[in-house]
Design a protein around this ligand. Structure first.
Ligand code: NDP
Length: 402
């Protein structure tokens, strides 16, 4: 079955490598982005005859429609930027193509994370008999499926959910982001938000933090920020009373980030520079290290998981931790990319595989936790991201009493 992959950055490169390892599912693979040479470089590195290249500016629905008409794919894997989600979904409806992405739609002029724009397509996808799978990277993605797995196998009621994301890798650069710098800095510099007793509580950016202990890594200072999967998870699991997302940052990273903000380089509005309109954050992206080039000297591991408390199937108190650790070196050896791209690209391929093999094929627009977690997590483990469970651990997170 034919797939089109839009975007061949760090994540797209991993998705392409991983799809090419499964010709029994992905019989033909088309790589498409604005820059043909980038697609060709990835296709050459993969070196398989069923991988071809094309160009598209996915901001333009007509160009995406033309791309789909040329190739007639069964599914598109959208690993371009969140700005293109809606144009690609529109083209899917016009051409009868199924859809998967790894990040929710964001308007360019406002760093605002919510699913409403994409959930508004539910009825149209359902009526067209098409499936859209939203947020199928690691977080969002595996984080939601881990939660669904916990609910299916271990809990009768989940009360607290803490998604913990640690990157304990070292790339040797003074400052670099692990995925698209513009998207990454927009996310981190936003006000934080967490869910408690039916309400969203807003925080200053990175206001709350404490050290958490990560398997095989140790203690790392971890900060509460808003992350998009919380929105669907608290709706799909209404017994959750508190839901938070934590991410680790080093002091050096935070100092650079503070300076970037203080000097106005994180601005997303246009400024006039010698008669040319530029967006400072987009200009900054042009001078920062490309996340795709970090892999070569990247050492250490990522560790991402869910820490959940509630009642087990018999109604007794249970704490539970499910996580994956991924080595930057091993990810690089296999795909030429670092672990952040790898941990996003593998689940995106697995989500597409679930759809194409009929396991996650309900028409409509769905978040990943709405599907059966078992076949997906088996595929994720078999494709480079083994995961582990700990029963009754000390979750640590309650020491920050929010
Ligand atoms: P990169 O910046 O490395 O790559 C983005 C790619 O999209 C490039 O190939 C670029 O191609 C292409 N692109 C950008 N604009 C357009 C356009 N208008 N039309 C066609 N192609 C376009 O980003 P990453 O690979 O780091 O991230 C990709 C996505 O993955 C992002 O949406 C990010 O938010 C998401 N992500 C999700 C994670 C998760 O766990 N869920 C974690 C990390 C990332 P070109 O330059 O040639 O135009």
């Amino acid at each position: 079955m034919k797939v089109v992959i839009i975007g061949v950055g760090g994540v797209g490169t991993v998705v392409a490598h991983k799809c090419a390892q499964h010709p029994e599912v992905f019989s033909e693979i088309v790589l498409a982005s604005r820059t043909l040479s980038k697609c060709e470089a990835v296709a050459k590195a993969i070196g398989k005859p069923n991988v071809s290249c094309d160009t598209v500016d996915a901001d333009d629905v007509e160009q995406v429609v033309a791309l789909f008409e040329r190739h007639k794919p069964k599914m598109v894997i959208n690993v371009a930027l969140p700005y293109q989600d809606l144009t690609i979904m529109d083209a899917c409806l016009r051409c009868g193509v199924n859809y998967l992405d790894t990040a929710n739609y964001e308007p360019r002029d406002e760093a605002h994370f919510e699913y409403s724009w994409q959930w508004a397509y539910r009825e149209r996808f359902e009526k067209a008999g098409l499936t859209a799978i939203l947020g199928c990277g690691f977080d969002p993605g595996v984080s939601g499926v881990f939660t669904a797995y916990a609910a299916k196998h271990h809990f009768s009621e989940m009360h607290t959910l803490d998604i913990v994301d640690c990157n304990a890798g070292n790339h040797g650069k003074a400052f670099a982001t692990n995925f698209n710098p513009e998207i990454n800095i927009r996310e981190i510099t936003q006000r934080g938000r967490y869910y408690k007793d039916g309400k969203w509580i807003s925080t200053e950016p990175l206001e709350y933090h404490m050290p958490l202990t990560y398997p095989n890594i140790g203690e790392r200072e971890s900060y509460i920020l808003y992350h998009e999967e919380l929105e669907s998870l608290v709706l799909n699991y209404p017994s959750i009373r508190r839901a938070r997302f934590w991410m680790t940052f080093g002091q050096e990273y935070l100092t650079h980030l503070r300076v970037i903000q203080n000097i106005g380089m994180a601005r997303i509005d246009e400024v006039d520079y010698k008669g040319v309109k530029i967006v400072p954050l987009q200009f900054l992206k042009a001078v920062l290290p490309d996340p795709q080039d970090l892999g070569q000297n990247y050492h250490g591991e990522t560790s991402i998981g869910c820490r959940i408390a509630g009642l087990d199937k018999e109604g007794k108190p249970l704490t539970y931790y499910i996580y994956n650790n991924c080595s930057h070196e091993e990810a690089f050896r296999e795909t030429g990319m670092q672990a952040v791209s790898y941990t996003t690209g593998v689940p995106a391929m697995c989500g597409a595989m679930m759809f194409l093999t009929g396991k996650w094929a309900t028409p409509g627009v769905h978040n990943v936790e709405e599907f059966d977690p078992d076949p997906f997590l088996a595929a994720v483990a078999a494709n480079g991201l083994p995961w582990h469970e700990v029963m009754q651990p000390d979750l640590e997170v309650d020491r920050l009493d929010l």
